[in-house]
Design a protein around this ligand. Structure first.
Ligand SMILES: Cc1ncc(COP(=O)(O)O)c(C=O)c1O
Length: 436
């Protein structure tokens, strides 16, 4: 589809269905949207990206896991088992906190990577996205400042902007958050810090151990709690696992180990979306019990509880070591795809471009040669070469990033990656030649 047509389609999407001859059709409802929704605009880029789900477009845009590794057979077997053995409980309302055997399993799972808490410290949520929303609902007053990395996860900005948050930002480099620049922002009095330590979305970078320690020290010095969002920590393709911030903080306070009460200043979020399947919508928040009790109240207002049936199925799939075995399989597949994308970039991109080399996760981050703009690149890439990615500017809470792009490497197979990067490289070179 030529780009003007794409734009018209996107505009239609942005305008919603309530338009007639290009004019908004007022309804009693459209005059009654809450003031806070004025900040919640859809981005044209996001809407354009909805159009790239066409079969002939190679898309590095979504944050999608590879469906090749969805455990379909295991989910099918677990579904039968849950219905046969616990059908009535599975289809009934249940406790907001979540299915206890699943919470116990997650506690054992986390203990292996350094997080020592009890089931009472775990709240099951409908995706980590809901965890972020509940945190916004519980903590954010209009005008509160949240300190984020720049760039950061767009979904968190969407969740918290609805509660009228403002943002303080700290840039990142190849070792994650630049802790040298953190202190100045901490003086701005953030309500909390939002940190993605492992294979960050969007940039793919990992916070070094030294910086994790410095972050905890500084956050404690300024009395600022941390939200640690870790959907990708298990998906490491090289190097050693690094201790999560929640663990470093617990050691700093000498709490949260062994049988002691977990009272740390870090809320930790993780999810089964990237290690089993995102369609299950099962994730969890780790917090001190007093915070869990309040998050439970927030969740009751939202959805009472996460699907009982879904939690039971997820538990049956994950138990008896399957989750770990499955993660090993995913690591192998995604590691190959990451390598395929890095090799293709080396082959097809001009020297003036730079990109990160993620040790895990789903994304890498590309910085275009000086003078190029990633939104303009997306237009041309879609129109001329049918290839898509996400322009980076959307991930910067306070603007910037016009030369950056997020590329996903988990979804497409190596041949498609090679072809997509070849096409994208061609557009980049063409744009550079035009500038000259
Ligand atoms: C950093 C980050 N947090 C949260 C989420 C949401 O995950 P979930 O599918 O569990 O809602 C994502 C999804 O891509 C993510 O990248």
């Amino acid at each position: 589809m030529p780009l003007p047509a794409l734009e018209i389609e996107a505009q239609k999407l942005l305008n919603g269905n309530g338009r007639k001859n290009g004019q908004a059709v007022p309804t009693l409802w459209s005059e009654r949207f809450a003031q806070r929704t004025q900040r919640m605009t859809s981005s044209v880029i996001r809407e354009l990206l909805k159009l790239v789900e066409k079969p002939d477009v190679i898309s590095f845009a979504g944050g999608l896991p590879a469906p090749d590794v969805f455990p379909c057979a295991e989910v099918e077997a677990a579904t039968h088992k849950v219905l046969a053995e616990h059908g009535r409980a599975a289809l009934q309302y249940a406790a907001t906190e979540g299915y206890l055997p699943l919470r116990e399993l997650l506690v054992r799972h986390m203990a292996r990577y350094g997080i020592k808490v009890k089931p009472a410290n775990v709240l099951i949520t409908s995706g980590s996205q809901q965890g972020l929303d509940l945190i916004g609902k519980l903590f954010v007053n209009p005008g509160d400042r949240i300190l984020t990395e720049s760039p950061t996860y767009l979904g968190a900005l969407q969740a918290w902007s609805a509660y009228q948050a403002d943002y303080l930002t700290v840039p990142i480099d190849d070792d994650g958050l630049d802790v040298e620049q953190l202190e100045a922002q901490l003086r701005g009095g953030p309500k909390f810090l939002y940190i993605l330590p492992n294979f960050q979305n969007p940039a793919g970078v990992t916070l070094s151990l030294e910086r994790r320690r410095k972050l905890v020290e500084l956050a404690n010095h300024y009395g600022a709690p941390i939200v640690e969002d870790d959907p990708y920590g298990q998906l490491r393709y090289e190097g050693e696992h690094l201790p999560p911030i929640v663990q470093i903080d617990a050691e700093y306070h000498d709490c949260g180990g062994g049988d002691g009460e977990f009272t740390g200043d870090v809320l930790y979020l993780s999810t089964l979306s990237k290690t089993l399947a995102p369609g299950l919508r099962i994730a969890w928040v780790v917090a001190p019990e007093s915070v869990i009790a309040r998050l439970v109240q927030m969740k009751q207002g939202a959805d009472l509880h996460t699907s009982t049936f879904g939690q039971m199925v997820a538990y049956e799939v994950a138990r008896d070591g399957f989750l770990d075995r499955h993660v090993r399989r995913i690591r192998e597949l995604y590691g190959q795809r990451r390598d395929a994308m890095l090799a293709a970039l080396d082959r097809h991109f001009p020297q003036e471009a730079r990109w990160t080399r993620p040790a895990g996760g789903l994304f890498l981050w590309l910085t275009l040669p000086a003078g190029l703009d990633s939104a303009a690149l997306l237009r041309q890439a879609l129109e001329q070469e049918k290839v898509a990615f996400v322009p980076g500017a959307a991930f910067f809470p306070r603007g910037g990033g016009e030369r950056t792009c997020r590329l996903n490497f988990s979804y497409c197979g190596p041949d498609v990656i090679e072809e997509g990067i070849r096409r994208l490289g061609r557009v980049v070179k063409r744009l550079m030649a035009e500038r000259r």
